[in-house]
Design a protein around this ligand. Structure first.
Ligand SMILES: [Ca+2]
Ligand SMILES: [Ca+2]
Length: 250
């Protein structure tokens, strides 16, 4: 049984309207990457410079210094400024010690840690990156690395996307264990430590945008209804005595 044309129109357009809104809403939920914590060391301290996190070290305090930094891996327009400079220390006492950064990843997944680094010939040249799911127990990630002699332009990048336990984890932590220094002043510089992830929270469209879309589609629907309605009233059989040649024949 065929539906009345007006009735079919009435049923079809609202469905199109709803479908378009659903597509709009789905498109607005695209994921985005965010920096959870950034240390640029430009203020010569261990306090986080963007985002949230804590950075600690068990190296001898006198061997935790700051020296000229780099824009390699810099974020948010940060200048090169200063970099962290970690020395081997007297009798290479800092071999086996570490730099640890705790960063909550709540609401984020696909965690990536990156930083720029360089080392002197007698500095730490056998460094191990680690991660922790509870902030207490750390696990090696990847092989040990030796810093290049200059910062260069490419950072070291540790993509931890496969470590699902690091996703949405308030106790996530990361560590670099330093080894291989052969002199007290041999050192590694580190700059622009970045912990970033993908937001797991869908972005909700701005109310104004949604209203604008609904308003536009509503107007389109109304215009089509009026056009169809007008066309229907203009439809006159040829044998209609009122036919004045201006109406649309049925
Ligand atoms: Ca810096
Ligand atoms: Ca700082």
């Amino acid at each position: 049984m065929f539906l009345n044309p007006d009735l079919r129109l009435t049923r079809r357009i609202p469905f199109n309207l709803i479908f378009a809104v659903l597509i709009f809403l789905a498109g607005s939920q695209a994921v985005r990457a965010d920096e959870l914590a950034v240390w640029n060391f430009n203020d010569s301290d261990l306090n986080v410079d963007h985002g949230s996190g804590t950075l600690t070290s068990n190296l001898n305090v006198v061997n935790i210094l700051f020296a000229a930094g780099t824009t390699n891996n810099a974020r948010q327009g940060d200048a090169a400024g200063q970099a962290l400079s970690l020395q081997g220390g007297t009798s290479n006492a800092n071999n086996g010690r570490n730099l640890t950064f705790n960063v909550s990843t709540v609401g984020f997944s696909n965690i990536i840690v990156s930083f720029a680094t360089q080392g002197t010939s007698t500095g730490f040249n056998n460094n191990q990156f680690q991660y922790s799911l509870d902030g207490v127990n750390f696990v090696d990630f990847g092989p040990p690395y030796a810093p290049a002699t200059a910062f260069g332009t490419l950072p070291l990048v540790f993509s931890l996307a496969a470590i699902v336990g690091l996703n949405d984890n308030p106790n996530a932590a990361f560590r670099i264990i330093f080894n291989g220094a052969t002199s007290s002043t041999g050192n590694n510089r580190i700059d622009n430590i970045v912990v970033e992830g993908t937001s797991e929270t869908a972005s909700i469209p701005e109310p104004a945008s949604a209203l604008l879309l609904l308003s536009g589609l509503g107007g389109l629907y109304s215009a089509r209804r009026k056009r169809r309605k007008g066309a229907a009233t203009e439809c006159r059989p040829y044998n209609d005595s009122r036919n004045d040649q201006t109406g649309r024949p049925c």
